[in-house]
Write a new protein. Structure first.
Length: 213
């Protein structure tokens, strides 16, 4: 709403029939046209020499081989020189969407003021609520999936608990070492190594029973 008012005030500051930005581009093209040379074929065609380039212009179809006029809607330096040679004002050949009438039509619609949202009338319809969450099919994941670049602990390297090969193995010391390893690796490693933990506890109980006998 405020923008429409500002734009309608802005159009009053224009000094010509085209927008200030289009006027600036057109003036720059007029300055660049001084370095070009024009050749006239006697009818509608012009040949403009711009340095090492040569452009053809037809003022009847409003075309130029540089295509700047077609893309921007503002006469390029080649077209400016052709119209000056023909005794016409290049500003008259700027497309209509840069003109004051078109600008006024674009902002000629007024937006009526509306009250605050809290003042809107309440509807008697049922409030639409989001769907209730339901459990998806399949087994729910237990552990967080690690990213590819996230470092992983080596959980397979567990101490050898073969008592026959290691008769002097201290079970309590090995159990404490594995406890420290599980704490560093986290809960996931501790759950995966739970069977190993139970086996050590059972061996400790058997050793204690034998010592009591």
């Amino acid at each position: 709403m405020d923008r429409n008012v500002e734009m309608r005030k802005f159009v009053d500051t224009w000094i010509s029939d085209i927008s200030p930005r289009a006027s600036l581009v057109l003036e720059e093209n007029k300055d660049s046209a001084r370095d070009c040379q024009v050749r006239f074929n006697g009818q509608f065609g012009y040949e403009i020499l711009d340095g090492h380039y040569r452009h053809n212009i037809d003022i009847r179809t409003k075309t130029c081989t540089c295509r700047t006029w077609h893309l921007r809607g503002i006469p390029s330096q080649h077209v400016v020189l052709a119209y000056q040679h023909a005794g016409q004002d290049p500003e008259d050949h700027v497309v209509h969407w840069y003109r004051k009438d078109t600008f006024i039509k674009a902002y000629n619609y007024f937006i009526p003021p509306i009250p605050n949202m809290k003042m809107w009338p309440h509807t008697s319809d049922i409030v639409i609520k989001p769907p209730e969450p339901k459990q998806m099919s399949g087994r729910p994941p237990k552990y967080r999936r690690k990213s590819k670049d996230e470092p992983r602990k080596n959980l397979e390297a567990q101490p050898n608990l073969d008592l026959e090969a290691q008769p002097n193995l201290d079970l309590e010391e090995e159990f404490n070492k594995m406890e420290e390893t599980w704490e560093e690796a986290g809960e996931e490693a501790e759950e995966k190594a739970g069977g190993e933990k139970v086996m050590i506890l059972q061996l400790l109980q058997e050793v204690n029973k034998q010592e009591e006998k």
